[in-house]
Design a protein around this ligand. Structure first.
Ligand code: LIP
Length: 275
């Protein structure tokens, strides 16, 4: 099942998933039940609109603590806490609140996202969306689930019939270019959705609620778990010109739709590197 992946005895992806789900549910409870009524912006990052709340940092600390209590030698890459290498070869890729702006504004489309890597390969992932009542999980080679029920991506479709989601960065210049690409793409697809959380957009592809998703500028923590969930649900997740999904571009869609969306985005210059 784990093609080419040497897993030492104490690294069992199912056990990693159980711990990831436990930590994600604890963090999800915290960000809902302990959300201050007057929640505000604690600080900003890459731009004035790239915000962090005290709940983002609190939730990440909670997740790290839950993991370290059981696996003290593991490493981390977290949106708020940064990277710690660890000694076990296992790394936890954490977005404590994906969709922070939605969370700040009281919109329900936010989630706790945790991907677990062994030797650099994501082998387990969880995306917990407390206000949507949904917990997506996946184990590499074993499938993907929502609230324990298997999920499957939609069959491929032509671009004209595709419901596609995307997202926009925090820098004005990038947003201007992304807006131009969406304006040109709009007449060529069924419609566009902007949910505000890459993790939930990838899970929506996995659950057959979208035909595709694409975005420039996401980070590993936004997509680590969602990419595995979409892949295990039968979607292709990748970048431009055969590259892996990453900051330059994430595209997720069933195979046929992936190719059509990829080629349309290239035609529209979305693979340019100057934005
Ligand atoms: C969000 C991403 C989303 C993107 C937003 C933001 P965050 O992550 O999930 O896809 O469009 O601009 O980056 O900042 O809420 O963790």
């Amino acid at each position: 099942m784990w093609q080419g992946l040497i897993l030492s005895d104490e690294v069992n992806p199912w056990e990693l998933l159980v711990l990831a789900e436990h930590a994600a549910l604890e963090a999800a409870r915290f960000i809902v039940e302990r959300r201050p009524a007057d929640l505000g912006v604690a600080e900003t990052k890459s731009s004035p609109t790239d915000v962090v709340t005290e709940m983002d940092t609190g939730a990440e600390q909670l997740i790290r603590k839950a993991v370290l209590e059981r696996r003290p030698d593991d490493g981390f890459l977290g949106e708020e806490g940064g990277a710690d290498s660890g000694a076990s070869g296992v790394r936890w890729v954490i977005d404590p609140i994906d969709g922070t702006v939605n969370y700040l504004y009281g919109l329900p489309a936010f989630a706790v996202s945790i991907g677990v890597e062994v030797g650099g390969t994501t082998v387990a992932g969880v995306v917990a969306a407390p206000l949507m009542g949904e917990v997506y999980t996946a184990v590499r080679g074993a499938g993907a689930w929502c609230n324990g029920a298997p999920v499957k991506a939609r069959p491929a479709t032509g671009l004209g019939d595709a419901l596609v989601a995307t997202g926009f960065g925090y820098r004005a210049e990038r947003r201007r270019r992304q807006g131009e690409i969406v304006r040109a793409l709009l007449p060529r697809v069924r419609d566009i959705r902007r949910g505000g959380s890459a993790a939930l957009d990838l899970c929506a592809v996995a659950a057959g609620r979208l035909d595709g998703y694409f975005e420039r500028g996401t980070h590993a923590w936004d997509c680590s778990a969602g990419a595995l969930i979409a892949t295990e649900a039968g979607a292709v997740v990748g970048g431009f010109h055969g590259a892996e999904a990453g900051e330059p571009m994430v595209i997720a869609a069933p195979r046929g739709t992936f190719t059509a969306l990829h080629d349309a985005l290239v035609e529209l210059g979305a693979d340019a590197t100057d934005y």
